[in-house]
Ligand binder design. Structure first.
Ligand SMILES: [Zn+2]
Ligand SMILES: [Zn+2]
Length: 261
């Protein structure tokens, strides 16, 4: 009996804690107790560590531009053509942001979605009506096998939150037809090659795309290969414009070193 109690004690007390202190009372960055009114469920200390896209960003892809870089288009966009009209990112994909995004994506912490989705919505809320003018919100799809294994598609969870807040309907019109190699192990050129012919329009979904402006949602933007490949597919199906919104984006395009981290 005592042994049983000992064995299950830890698990039970965690369950009791989760019940008494629901997730929204913890900072999603460091786990500190916070009150419910905190923005994005982040404490002050964590908020101050985030590099938000509040300064200059690339006028094409939306990456944060480095200090001292004076052009309006990032190095990556000057070299590689983008198939979408415009991109927006909310924060830098830096060391601190990476931890939260990895927890959200790989550690089953799908309950981060409302907080991160709200953050994304706030980034573009004032642009939605005129500048973006999207008719539908579309998440970047995961391959079926990967989604089954993970239990969810993080981009879809974010897209759903943005749809809920903006009133723009979410449509899952894209499908990933090939289970590609993990992008984080590849260079920019390999990523572009890896994504050739990977995305397709779901059967009977073309009418949702034709002549519509699409707000394409993903969690991370690095070289833009994924956003580009999706945009190409959407444009082929008749989309009039594709605007990309990502939660976090890599540094100022020229270097691809950060892709390996
Ligand atoms: Zn914190
Ligand atoms: Zn750019």
């Amino acid at each position: 009996m005592n042994r049983e109690r000992k064995k299950y004690g830890g698990r039970i007390s965690k369950a009791v804690c989760d019940f008494v202190y629901p997730g929204s009372l913890y900072c999603i960055g460091c786990g500190a107790l916070i009150d419910r009114s905190r923005h994005y469920s982040l404490c002050n200390s964590c908020l101050s560590k985030f590099h938000f896209a509040s300064g200059r960003t690339c006028e094409k892809c939306g990456k944060i531009l480095e200090e001292g870089y004076h052009k309006s288009i990032c190095r990556d966009c000057t070299v590689h053509e983008k198939k979408f009209e415009r991109g927006y990112s909310c924060m830098l994909y830096g060391l601190y942001e990476k931890k939260i995004l990895r927890d959200f994506k790989y550690s089953g912490k799908s309950y981060y979605a409302p907080y991160l989705g709200e953050l994304m919505y706030d980034r573009v809320a004032h642009l939605l009506e005129n500048e973006i003018g999207a008719d539908i919100v579309v998440p970047v799809p995961l391959h079926r096998k990967k989604q089954n294994k993970r239990g969810y598609n993080q981009a879809e969870l974010l897209a759903r939150e943005i749809s809920k807040r903006s009133g723009i309907p979410m449509k899952k019109v894209l499908v990933r037809t090939k289970n590609t190699r993990p992008m984080s192990s590849l260079t920019g050129a390999e990523r572009r090659e890896n994504l050739t012919g990977v995305f397709a329009v779901r059967p009977r979904q073309s009418s949702e795309i034709a002549n519509n402006r699409i707000l394409l949602i993903d969690d991370i933007y690095t070289t833009g290969s994924t956003a580009n490949a999706c945009s190409e597919t959407l444009k082929s199906a008749g989309a009039s414009a594709v605007i990309v919104l990502c939660l976090a984006a890599g540094g100022n395009g020229g270097s691809e070193d950060y892709l390996k981290n």
